[in-house]
Write a protein that binds this ligand. Structure first.
Ligand code: FMN
Length: 436
């Protein structure tokens, strides 16, 4: 079993109250960290090779260095919107270990000089919100939040506001989230400027995922080198994977970074029920290209899933590989850790339609290729799923998906286009068979 960092308290009754959390070491890392200068904390996080767990896997310490030096007002915003289909990990941290997250917020706020930080939580997570809000109130009552701490640079005080979203997938995209937090419509912003330069209320802002921030207490307790040593050469720590679908033991697991996908399905999650055969697996939430049973021997790690030659590259049209730019071809991505397993009984055309339906519903409508294109993909895949496909439909889906990808303000368009192209590459004959 992997070292448990962020899910250490999952299932431990009472660990989500302040009393229970204190008994299990919560807030014990503050004093040690406040003895360091903020820059030293950033260096420790850089050493840890921690990479963002929200989807893109961007190195956290490096992102933090993009803040302008000496900015008078900086905000830290924690992304707890978690709404990628197949992903259900942040809610476990929020429910079972809210004080771990709050401690992480205080540590990151100190490193970044954020005097007022925010947690933006998905509106539907009512149970998690109640637990988190109570934990924030406990942390205020005890003086972890809202009171001065003595630190290497003098005094440091941090306030924390929990803000509930209204249940829009797009508000998980960091700039849509910032607009929503400001009370505006949750539409993504054009970048640049990136949030680190101009974010919340026009000020430099760092947006990080719940799991990312919850790793900080362990990093600052045991050191960046220790954390880096747990993972692969370029990705430190552990990784939460949410395994769902046709497995004997679906669940949320904290696993070694880089564990082979085959091991996740057949050992950790107990294999496929009834001895049935695997047909496909989505490795990182529904926006990530699907893998076939021949592609399971890849490490579940950010770079490997993008570049491993054992994964077939996705085609934009037969024979034309989908180009991500910079000489990279699209294979798949680790995304947000949602592993969706599908056995031989699965209707892949229906799965494809269901995924397109989600993105068409969630497109914010700001960019034409995404607004129109996701709707077209949904309608075409629906008629295919219903056995009413028309000649040329598969090619049409490819053409629309290629037109969306890379041509929108935010990657929601890619999130629909990439899986679409993976289905036409890997399950083409099944799609074609629905054209009478
Ligand atoms: C459409 C869309 C939805 C997203 N939803 C989430 C989400 O629910 N939670 C999350 O942490 N990141 C989400 N992201 C990624 C965020 O934009 C951002 O990269 C992330 O919060 C940064 O944190 P990290 O560096 O710690 O991963 C989403 C991105 C897109 C394009």
């Amino acid at each position: 079993m992997a070292t448990q960092i962020v899910l250490r308290n999952m299932g431990v009754e009472g660990a989500n109250t302040l009393k229970g959390a204190l008994e299990r070491g919560a807030y014990s890392r503050l004093k040690k960290t406040f003895a360091l200068l903020p820059g030293a904390v950033v260096d420790e996080v850089k050493r840890s090779n921690l990479r963002g767990r929200g989807g893109a896997g961007f190195p956290t310490g490096l992102k933090w260095t993009f803040l302008p030096k000496g900015a008078p007002t900086v905000y830290l915003v924690v992304n707890a919107d978690e709404s990628e289909p197949g992903t259900c990990k942040d809610r476990e941290i929020l429910y079972w270990d809210p004080h771990l997250l709050i401690e992480g917020v205080i540590l990151a706020s100190y490193a970044l000089n954020s005097r007022h930080s925010y947690i933006y939580i998905r509106g539907e997570m009512m149970r998690e919100h109640a637990v988190l809000q109570r934990a924030v109130e406990e942390a205020y009552a005890k003086g972890y939040l809202g009171k001065d701490h003595k630190c290497a640079g003098g005094n440091f005080r941090c306030d924390l506001t929990v803000h509930r979203g209204a249940g829009a997938y797009i508000c998980g995209e960091e700039t849509a989230l910032l607009n929503s937090l400001e009370g505006k419509r949750g539409w993504p912003r054009l970048k640049p400027p990136f949030p680190a330069i101009k974010g919340l209320f026009g000020q430099p802002t760092i947006v990080n995922n719940v799991e990312t921030i919850s790793n900080l207490p362990a990093i600052l307790e045991q050191g960046g080198e220790w954390f880096a040593g747990l993972g692969t050469p370029k990705s430190g720590g552990t990784r939460i994977l949410c395994v769902s679908g046709h497995v004997n033991r679906p669940g949320v697991y904290e696993l070694p970074m880089g564990i082979p996908l085959r091991e996740v399905i057949y050992d950790v999650a107990g294999g496929i029920p009834g001895g049935r055969v695997l047909k496909g697996v989505i490795p990182g939430g529904s926006s990530m290209p699907i893998l076939t049973p021949e592609e399971l021997d890849v490490p579940m790690e950010f770079d490997a899933l993008m570049t491993d030659a054992r994964i077939k590259p996705v085609e934009a049209r037969p024979g034309v590989l989908f180009d991500l730019g910079g000489g990279k071809q699209l294979r798949t991505m680790a995304g947000s850790g949602g592993v969706i397993v599908m056995d031989e009984t699965t209707d892949m055309v229906k799965v494809c339609w269901r995924i397109m339906r989600f993105y068409a519903h969630e497109s914010c409508g700001q960019c034409t290729p995404c607004r129109e294109g996701t709707g077209w993909l949904e309608r075409i895949t629906r008629r295919l799923a219903e056995g009413r496909g028309q000649p040329g439909d598969v090619e049409l889906c490819e053409s629309i998906a290629t037109g969306i990808a890379g041509n929108t303000i935010c990657p929601l368009g890619d999130a629909a286009a990439w899986p679409m192209l993976a289905f036409t590459t890997k399950f083409r004959s099944e799609l074609q068979a629905r054209i009478p």
